[in-house]
Design a protein around this ligand. Sequence first.
Ligand code: GLU
Length: 314
Amino acid sequence: MTVGRFAPSPSGRIHLGNILCCLLAWLSARQKGGTVVLRIEDLDSARCPRRYADQMIQDLRWLGLDWDRGPEVSGPDEPYFQSQRSALYQAALDRLEAQGLVYPCFCTRAELHAAGAPHREDGLTVYAGTCRNLTPTQRAERSARRPPALRLRVPDKEVSFIDGHMGPCTENLERDCGDFLLRRSDGMFAYQLAVVVDDAAMGVTEVVRGADLLSSTPRQLYLYQLLDRTPPEFIHFPLLLAPDGRRLSKRDADAGLDSLRNRVTAEELLGTLAALAGFHPSGEPASAAELLGEFSWETVPREDIRLPAHLFES
Ligand code: GLU
């Protein structure tokens, strides 16, 4: 039985990229008769106040994208807000710690950049391993000055997988990513850990999300292995870009729903997004349910998609 999910981060008003993500995740799961979970990824509670989550939930309702488990409908894996699931993340962290794979990192942001580690296209700085082999005395001294972040030690190992849309992908964890964060120095759990714990706990079998997270997948697969859980199938789709090729951002309110909801109907919006995603050539207004008959991954492009200007004016 397929269990799909949408996992938006409510750090602002939902934008067209998030909507496309929810639409594709919904269609992919529903077409197989599957269940849909809505999980609110509000780990960063300062940036994700509850009112944004409430607005996002209302926007999803307006779009006609429903869910079987999640906020407002409950379900077996409550709570569906990451901000309320810290005990589960801590338990996973304890398990990784018991395997001797977690170490404290005292590097400041400036030090991380100064370490001269290569920056990847997705903005990740490959960790240079500065705090990997500190002695117990060094750790004690530094802990007295600054609370540490926690990192996972990764091996010099290739992780390969077949993405359901993008095809074969491989990454060497040590060379291409480096030891990665599990918890920040302020105590906030890292997305990589939380998403694996939650998708595993919620029985998610397929993860549909934007290609900006393709490069997170090897880290997540490694966590599935260490936590002894079966990973879902990963299906990444191309990003929606602004008409000038920029990435969309919730903070800029680029292509946000604020003004769009006054100008277009949900069906017009879904019809246009489905056309851009390659499976609804007419671009005519259509409800999510009507798009079920037409949806196919086969015609979804693999390169980034530029939004037409008329949808973008904010
Ligand atoms: N919360 C993430 C976002 O809104 C998505 C995480 C995921 O799908 O794995 O970008």
